[in-house]
Design a protein around this ligand. Structure first.
Ligand code: CP3
Length: 347
């Protein structure tokens, strides 16, 4: 199967599909007992990320167990920072021992060769492609510069973002220096993933909703657009751009060059479609907490989203943010089957 044949890639490019594809952010993770068993075997979370055989195994688990339409490689948005000289750990949230505190710290950050610093990622992607053998497309991903900067500056203690805000508004030149380095790293990293088999890539900008539209345009948009326009295989490997809390930024997001905009659950997908649906496909956007509800409720809430989106292609079903670690896997399976059933078109 060529990736263009898959529902996911066709929906991303608004080509005809027989039904709406579905995958789930954080689909490889702690809600699955099978994931926990492999993680136990690997040791720490980072050990698992850097063990290509085991990371490929947990990436593929949701395809077999949850019947989703895509495999996202198992990793984290922060792991490529290690190659820049960042001392990173997870407990289980990110823990950076040497956060960026000065211009000197930014100058010291390295621009790594991804085939050296993240060779394990290339290997994971190749292993997944081989094992999946065309049954589903493989998604790669990276954190966007702004969201990486959030973690780099304030560690896992993210609130109240005082350091980040003062850097961007008191000292925009220094912020620019940091964003430039993170942009350069991310371009090389995503192109390395594409070279090694990623058939779609998602850029996670979880925290970019912190800024208002004007500040987003000045401080975030140029870097994200540069990343997207610098990717190899544009028009063949679709790009998804995701922000959590993005209702006020949809118009800007749709002009970054991304093929697909990932919506959080607070946005009405029908309204988003009226606003930006001509330009881009949409991904999302069930409230992740709905997966704790009864199966009938899950079906009803999924149906509301499916009915709000008009048109026969251009929608990729997903949650509005990652799946919670306490969700019953049977509830996710119910969602996946419901979406497939509700969106299958006859003939
Ligand atoms: O989607 C997938 O299944 C692929 C794997 C994936 C992980 N993290 C695995 C992970 C992806 C795509 C991510 C992205 C990520 N990581 C984001 C962007 C998306 C978002 O959630 O907003 C962010 C902000 C991070 C940073 C990060 N990594 C946090 C905040 C945490 C702690 C979260 C928690 O649930 O405790 C992590 C750790 C992490 N990344 C885990 C997993 C499965 C849990 C660690 C474990 O298994 O012990």
């Amino acid at each position: 199967m060529k990736s263009m044949d898959s529902l996911l890639i066709r929906a991303a490019f608004k080509l005809p599909v027989e039904r709406t594809p579905i995958w789930i952010m954080r689909q490889a993770g702690r809600y699955l007992p099978e994931y926990l068993a492999v993680r136990e075997k690997a040791g720490s979370f980072l050990d698992l990320c850097m063990n290509p055989d085991l990371a490929a195994e947990v990436s593929i688990q949701p395809l077999d167990l949850m019947e989703v339409d895509a495999v996202i490689m198992f990793s984290d948005i922060l792991t490529p920072l290690i190659g820049m000289g960042v001392d990173l750990d997870f407990n289980p949230g990110p823990d950076i021992k040497n956060p960026v505190q000065s211009v000197r710290d930014i100058e010291k950050l390295l621009i790594p060769d991804p085939s050296e610093s993240t060779a394990y990622v290339g290997k994971i992607l190749r292993l997944i492609r081989k094992a999946v053998a065309g049954r589903a497309p493989v998604i790669g991903f990276a954190g966007a510069p702004f969201t990486l900067a959030c973690y780099l500056l304030e560690n896992s203690n993210l609130k109240p973002f005082t350091k980040l805000t003062t850097l961007f508004f008191d000292d925009p030149d220094t912020a620019h220096l940091l964003m430039r380095k993170l942009t350069r790293m991310t371009i090389d990293y995503l192109n390395y993933q594409i070279e090694n088999g990623a058939q779609m890539v998602q850029i996670f900008d979880t925290w970019a909703g912190l800024f208002n539209p004007a500040d987003f345009e000045t401080h975030i948009f140029p870097y994200v657009s540069e990343i997207i326009s610098s990717l190899d295989k544009k028009g063949e490997v679709p790009v998804v751009y995701y922000i959590n809390g993005s209702n006020h930024l949809l118009d800007s997001m749709s002009r970054t060059g991304a093929d697909v905009i990932g919506l959080d659950w607070k946005t009405d997908i029908g309204e988003a479609q009226r606003l930006i649906g001509e330009r881009v496909s949409l991904q999302g956007n069930l409230n992740p907490n709905i997966l704790f509800c009864r199966p009938e409720v899950i079906s009803r809430k999924a149906e509301e989203i499916i009915r709000s989106y008009h048109g026969e292609t251009g929608h990729i079903f997903n949650l509005g943010h990652g799946i919670d670690k306490s969700v019953d896997p049977q509830h996710l399976l119910h969602l996946v089957r419901t979406v497939k059933q509700l969106t299958t078109r006859n003939g």
